[in-house]
Write a protein that binds this ligand. Sequence first.
Ligand SMILES: C[S@@+](CC[C@H](N)C(=O)[O-])C[C@H]1O[C@@H](n2cnc3c(N)ncnc32)[C@H](O)[C@@H]1O
Length: 202
Amino acid sequence: MPVEPGEWERIIAANPDHSRWYIQRFRDLEAAGNDIVGEARLIDAMLPRGSRALDAGCGPGRLGGYLHRVGHTVVGVDVDPALIEAAEQDYPGPTWIAANLADLDLPAHGIDDGFDAIVCAGNVMTFLAPSTRTDVLRAFERHLRVDGRAVVGFGAGRGYAFDDFFADARTAGLETDLRLATWDLRPFTDSSDFLVAVLRRA
Ligand SMILES: C[S@@+](CC[C@H](N)C(=O)[O-])C[C@H]1O[C@@H](n2cnc3c(N)ncnc32)[C@H](O)[C@@H]1O
């Protein structure tokens, strides 16, 4: 069955220039000397050198590009082919794949090995069609190595309540190991307006 299109697909259908704008935004931020890899530094801290990392909803590749640079084997997946093309140009090295996370099947792309870490940053979860959220979390579970961990970050007020996310993760066979409020390790509380969840296979 075809995957229901999500918010990102709706945005680019309404405004074909959106992807180009988004790509340029990160190019400009990087060129101006901004730190655009904070989330990836947290992932790197979780991994021995030479690990396998999946950048889920990688966009134009800032995080996967960094993880490759510091010595990990990286696969990046995004539903928007324009962003994948930009990732290939700006961050050569990782394997960049245009695909939907909801029916992700990396073995079908010749990638049989699981991942030590999956990073899903930049509110990707809130751009999914709600009907596909649990499928995406199931795909994370399927693509993790036995001891691997998925780290998922997104903000409140974007239509995906944190409690619903924790329930969906459980349904998908993922345990929440750690709840943080920021990528620089502030603790999660009832009033946090952002969640960084570290999940592992149940
Ligand atoms: C705000 S961007 C974040 C990009 C990147 N993670 C970052 O932080 O720089 C949200 C991304 O989610 C991707 N996305 C949304 N739905 C997706 C899906 N079903 N499968 C794969 N990628 C998806 C979009 O194409 C977009 O690149």
